[in-house]
Design a protein around this ligand. Sequence first.
Ligand SMILES: Cc1cc2nc3c(=O)[nH]c(=O)nc-3n(C[C@H](O)[C@H](O)[C@H](O)COP(=O)(O)OP(=O)(O)OC[C@H]3O[C@@H](n4cnc5c(N)ncnc54)[C@H](O)[C@@H]3O)c2cc1C
Length: 240
Amino acid sequence: MTTYQVRLRSREEIADRTMAFHLEKPAGFQFKPGQYIDLALINPFETDSQGIVRTFSIASAPYEDELLVATRMRDSAFKRVLAALPLGTELKLDGPMGSFTLHRNTAKAAVFLASGIGITPFLSIVREAAKQKLNHQLYLFYSNRRPEDAPFLAALQDLSQSNPHFIFIPSMTEMERSKRNWLGERGFIDREMLVKHFCDLSGPIYYVAGPPAMVAAMQQMLAKAGVSEDDIRTEEFSGY
Ligand SMILES: Cc1cc2nc3c(=O)[nH]c(=O)nc-3n(C[C@H](O)[C@H](O)[C@H](O)COP(=O)(O)OP(=O)(O)OC[C@H]3O[C@@H](n4cnc5c(N)ncnc54)[C@H](O)[C@@H]3O)c2cc1C
């Protein structure tokens, strides 16, 4: 792991109360899709007891010329500062870290289970897989309350159209509160939803990322369905 100073290039809202931050990629910075970084504010104009560092999965893919992170904009001093930083401001970056990366055996499918902001490591993995034309069969189950809340929904739909190895199954849990139309799945990710899309639940390697409660719920669901612990990999976004 190395420490870098990187500039904020741009930021935009990508879903309800959710922002993406585009950072310079330092020369020589190499990472694997699924890894994360620590970002620290330098002399922020305000702080609170939670401090000036947060961990973020890298949502961009290694082939891209920038680093992308995305986060739910909760009311912490860190996020208020991040939302207001003048473009070009430097941040301290430590990384890359983590081993939440795609297995090598292309004969085994990968099943990604994400909700909300837990999508970030998977976006990096599926973008890089498409670019490198990897032969793994990839399934991404992605649950959100409404399409309005779902970061990168359109980008992922596009990717699944262009990559026959990538099956994308987004699901909405509160369409009654949405202003959009939705023809896809509804409800939380559960055993029935998985079985509908592939028959043998014990074949693939499962990857789960998100807030600790979501990770625990998915682990429990998979264990009940008879999936071996050895085939389940998790990344907890502690702090939510
Ligand atoms: C491996 C990993 C990957 C993550 N990826 C993402 C992501 O892609 N997008 C995203 O939105 N969130 C991600 N998180 C969670 C993120 O780091 C924040 O905890 C979360 O966004 C809540 O921050 P907050 O300012 O809204 O809340 P707050 O309540 O202000 O902060 C949450 C708590 O976590 C602590 N904390 C968070 N990060 C760190 C850190 N790096 N070092 C020390 N303490 C810390 C804070 O001090 C505080 O106690 C990830 C976490 C981990 C561990």
